[in-house]
Structure formats: C-alpha cells, structure tokens
Design a protein around this ligand. Structure first.
Ligand SMILES: NC(=O)c1ccc[n+]([C@@H]2O[C@H](COP(=O)([O-])OP(=O)(O)OC[C@H]3O[C@@H](n4cnc5c(N)ncnc54)[C@H](OP(=O)(O)O)[C@@H]3O)[C@@H](O)[C@H]2O)c1
Length: 280
C-alpha cells in the first residue's frame, strides 16, 4: 500500500492512515494489531482510557516489526491533566506499551477544570525528557486550540477530532490548517453510520470497493489522517487498500454530504464514561 505522510514539528513523519483501537476486547485488539502489522500499517492509535495498551505492547513485541517503524500515539485522560498526573500517565502508558517513547502524546479531551497551561508544561517536560516526540490535543474546538497554541512552548502538532462525510466541520478544519495543526479523523467511518449514505453507497458500487474504503480514500485525499477501527482482520486489511484513486468530481460529491451530524462529539457530551475521564 502507498501511504502518504505528514511532517510533524519534530521532523517525524506521521503515516496518513492509522489503526484505531477503541472499544476492542483483548483478543480483538491482539488480532487487529497483528493483522495491521501484516498489512504494513505503520501507525497505531491508542489511549490510556482504552485499557488495551498492554495487549498492543505484547503484539508489537511478538512481531518482527522494529519499534522505529511504527508510529505510536497514546492519550492522557482528561481527569489526569494536572502536572504530576500527566507525567505519571505517560510513564504508565510507556510501561504498558513496552517502549521508551511515544511518537505522539495527546490530551484526550479538554478539561475546563484543570489549567491548560499546567498540562502543556508537563507535555513540554515529557518532550524535553525524550519520552514523547510530538504533542497534541484531541476534541479541541478552534477556540480551545487557539488557547493551546498561544500558551504552549512546544508546537501543538495534531488535533484529533471526529471527522467523516456527515461531520466535516469546515470552520474547525480551516482553523487547524491555518495553524499547521494536522487533523486526525476519529470515528472516520462514523461507526458505520455513513455506509448507508446514498452517495457513499453509489461510489462503493461504481469503484467496486466497500463503503469503508471509499470513505478512507476520501479522508486521505482531504488531507486528514483517518484512524479506522475494526475487530475483523479482513476489514483491517481492506481498509489499507489505498492503491486506487477517487476522481476529483466524486471527491467533491462526498464533500457535499456534510449534515453536521456527530456520532460521539455531541454538544452535550456524556462525561460519565471512563474514556472521557472528567467526572471527578
Ligand atoms: N480522540 C477521541 O476522543 C476518539 C473518539 C473516537 C474514536 N477515536 C479513534 O478513532 C478510531 C476509530 O473510531 P471508532 O472506533 O469510534 O469507529 P470507526 O472507525 O468510525 O468505525 C468502526 C466500525 O466500523 C466497522 N468497520 C471498519 N472497517 C470496516 C470494513 N472494511 N467493512 C465493514 N465494516 C467496517 C467496524 O466493524 P468491524 O469491527 O466488524 O470491522 C466498527 O463497527 C478509534 O478506534 C480511536 O482510535 C478517538
């Protein structure tokens, strides 16, 4: 497969397709990571909140892939954003993943109850110590991202946000581009909701591809970095089939499918789940 890359502030190259790993049980995580490494994925997205870092670490250790050939991202929970907790969370993630550095470390969700300045100082310290190569944020609005850029001594490399044909967020995307913040697409398949979109289904038929493959190709062509998740090794492999092209006119038809419809980043966020980690 031919995967483009994005250059991050550290000079590292971020592969423009990553494996999502949210909400997989241990066996599914192990199978999915193995299938991804076999299919030449070079980018895995996890988080302390996903509780699968140890299984991912084991799968990486058991593979013959060199650590330096995989781009590894993890995230710190919103409840752990004070200075000491950020450091401890990162060290614990490294321990579970069996590595001495992360390629990218993200603030999983903004937490208005904890000073962003304090969090970013801790992230800078992690970078200074070589424990993380680049830092970033996730689920930040344009306003929150602008605060982060103004406060941080270290460049904010990435904003990982919900992005798919039904939730294209033009203002936030424009602001990320203006500030050289790479956009990673969380829930790039809208958790399968967009498979039934009329145009997605029509293009899948026309190109003889699965709707997931059409959406992933479109996202990469839009310059964002999709992180599709699958518990099915066959789907993991199919999602990495990038050796084909979507016509410009068809890309524009998908651009026209936005309906401002999030699957998880809804205006009234449900902060009670572990992954949000903001309840205390
Ligand atoms: N930063 C954040 O707050 C945040 C939030 C959400 C997501 N994320 C990241 O983004 C990743 C992806 O998002 P997501 O997990 O919410 O969902 P998603 O990738 O949008 O959708 C996953 C669903 O798509 C199905 N699927 C995948 N490939 C398929 C294929 N080729 N054919 C048919 N079905 C296919 C999967 O089913 P099967 O298992 O049956 O294949 C699964 O039900 C996450 O795993 C996580 O890494 C981050």
């Amino acid at each position: 497969m031919t995967v483009p890359t994005k250059t991050l502030p550290s000079g590292a190259e971020l592969p423009a397709l990553g494996l999502g790993t949210y909400d997989l049980d241990d066996d599914e995580t192990a199978d999915s990571v193995r299938a991804a490494l076999d299919a030449d994925y070079a980018h895995i997205d996890t988080a302390e909140g996903y509780r699968n870092e140890a299984v991912i670490g084991e799968a990486l250790a058991a593979s013959d892939v060199d650590r330096d050939d995989v781009f590894l991202t993890s995230k710190v929970l919103a409840k752990n954003l004070n200075y000491e907790s950020v450091i401890e969370s990162c060290e614990a993630s490294l321990d579970r993943l069996g590595t001495d550095y992360l390629d990218l470390y993200l603030i999983h969700w903004p937490n208005p109850a904890i000073s962003l300045r304090e969090t970013l100082q801790a992230m800078a310290e992690l970078r200074e110590r070589g424990l993380v190569r680049d830092i970033g944020v996730s689920n930040f609005s344009a306003y929150q991202l602008s605060c982060a850029h103004h406060i941080s001594d270290v460049p904010i490399a990435v904003n990982q946000i919900e992005f798919h044909p039904w939730f294209q967020r033009p203002d936030l995307v424009d602001y990320c581009r203006e500030t050289d913040t790479v956009i990673e697409a969380a829930a790039p398949l809208a958790r399968t909701d967009v498979f039934g979109d009329e145009v997605v289904a029509e293009l899948a038929e026309q190109y003889d591809k699965h709707p997931a493959q059409v959406i992933i190709r479109w996202a990469i062509d839009r310059g964002v970095v999709p992180l599709p998740r699958s518990s099915t090794p066959e789907h993991v492999r199919a999602n990495a089939d990038l050796d084909w092209e979507l016509d410009e006119a068809d890309r524009r038809r998908l651009d026209g499918r936005d309906r401002d419809a999030p699957v998880y980043d809804t205006p009234a966020r449900d902060w009670t789940s572990d992954v949000y980690g903001i309840e205390q």
